[in-house]
Design a binder for this molecule. Sequence first.
Ligand SMILES: NC(=O)c1ccc[n+]([C@@H]2O[C@H](COP(=O)([O-])OP(=O)(O)OC[C@H]3O[C@@H](n4cnc5c(N)ncnc54)[C@H](OP(=O)(O)O)[C@@H]3O)[C@@H](O)[C@H]2O)c1
Length: 337
Amino acid sequence: MATNLQIVLKQKPEGKLSERHFEQRDGALPVPKDGEVLLRTLLLSLDAANRAWMEGATYRQGVAPGDVMHGYAICEVLESKADTIRPGTVVFAEAGWQQFATAAATDVSPCPDVKPLSHLHSIVGIAGKTAYHGLIYVAGIEPGETLFVSAAAGSVGSVVGQIGKLKGARVVGTAGSTDKCQWVVDELGFDGCINYKEENVGEKLAELCPDGVDVYFDNTGGPILQAALLAMKQRGRIACCGAVSDYDTGQPMRGVVGIPGLLVVRRLRMEDFIVLDLDAERQAQAERDLSNWAKEGKIKVIEDVIDGLENAPRGLVGLLAGENRGKRMIRVGPDPE
Ligand SMILES: NC(=O)c1ccc[n+]([C@@H]2O[C@H](COP(=O)([O-])OP(=O)(O)OC[C@H]3O[C@@H](n4cnc5c(N)ncnc54)[C@H](OP(=O)(O)O)[C@@H]3O)[C@@H](O)[C@H]2O)c1
């Protein structure tokens, strides 16, 4: 009988996540009920937020010990017990860390016709759309402005910086090693990059952005947000995308000094956003622009694909430690023929 490799969260991490917090299980092949579809997972997205979900409910439900680890995936419909969707359709689904899953047909959405499918996680997926939404709609970047972005070598940050350059901004990022910083400048075209693990971010920011920062795209929160806040120009904007510096600590929700004081004095706007809130029209515009920029070679699509579902725990632990460049995902099964 066919089995279903699954990866389960065994234990809630108290501090840093490690591979020992997960275990593998051979589940049975699930059987769809009326109105459901049977899915085969092709490409599973690994996201920094996966770690935050282990702390409890966020903008979505949390993951509890004993659960198959949650995750967004691109899947093939193998069998359908719903009139609305046919076998062979490639869909987005909350399939989780498993080879096969069932889902209500109403909870999956057909993917647009994009090849390679990996681009549906990277440039025209959550990563690219988050970058686009935060930088263009939330922060409203303008030509000639100075943009600072944290986790610049990561999936969202690498696109933010490249869009910033396209829009005529001066762009400075942060990354966690000298090698990554060099790559961000040489390969992605940033004007500068600060190794936040070895350099004083405030001092380096003053050196690289002597007139201050107009837009800070915040992927990290924590000490980098603190340094950025102090470097902001009058009428600057901070787009709050995420707080990865908090996720893997066991002590989420740490704050910074200067709110609201600095916001008032410098007339700053600090605004959060979730990419899922993007309305259909703006989403379509973002997809069009991102895919054109990629086709025209104006933006490099950086993907970091790891083979094999069994490597997902190592992949997530490594992502949180800064191992990845660009969008990390797991190849669970081959594309449909
Ligand atoms: N608002 C939304 O709708 C939305 C959607 C998608 C993602 N996000 C957010 O975007 C951010 C990036 O997520 P992602 O999934 O794209 O991951 P990613 O940037 O591809 O990978 C995470 C990166 O964070 C950096 N990092 C880890 N710990 C850090 C720390 N303590 N301080 C500073 N940097 C640290 C690491 O690189 P280095 O240490 O080498 O820099 C790592 O590569 C996250 O905050 C995530 O929650 C938000």
